[in-house]
Design a protein around this ligand. Structure first.
Ligand SMILES: [Zn+2]
Length: 126
């Protein structure tokens, strides 16, 4: 089985034997970011779980895909690290995952923002 690249950052993934709770298992780690597969009894299971992430929305298994970020959070260092005004401009783009909650409040689902960033990073800069 071929191990796929990281669905979040495109980095190289590696299977690593790991002892957890007294049992030896295998975990797939990304060398580029903090993504990991969870620990499985066999290498094959760990790799399968990792490769299947490509079908899933990022973080959907742990419920964080729908964690809602504020415009300020998205502008902060953990995400786009840019001006708040820039984020407001982005929210007007059709492909940017922003929703309106009530009249003035804009929220950005973390999982969809991850996907959007991934997509942007694969496009060529003008
Ligand atoms: Zn990664």
């Amino acid at each position: 089985m071929q191990i796929k690249r990281c669905p979040f950052c495109g980095g190289q993934a590696r299977v690593i034997p790991e002892a957890r709770l007294g049992h030896l298992g295998y975990t797939v780690y990304c060398e580029g970011c903090v993504a990991e597969s969870g620990t499985y009894a066999t290498k094959e299971k760990a790799m399968h779980s990792w490769n299947c992430r490509f079908m899933e929305r990022p973080s959907s298994s742990d419920g964080t895909a729908w964690r809602m970020l504020s415009v300020n959070e998205v502008a902060g260092p953990a995400w786009l690290n840019c001006n708040v005004k820039t984020v407001y401009k982005l929210t007007k783009r059709a492909d940017f995952p922003a929703i309106r909650v009530g009249e003035k409040v804009i929220r950005i689902p973390a999982g969809l923002l991850e996907e959007w960033i991934l997509k942007q990073s694969q496009e060529r800069l003008d």
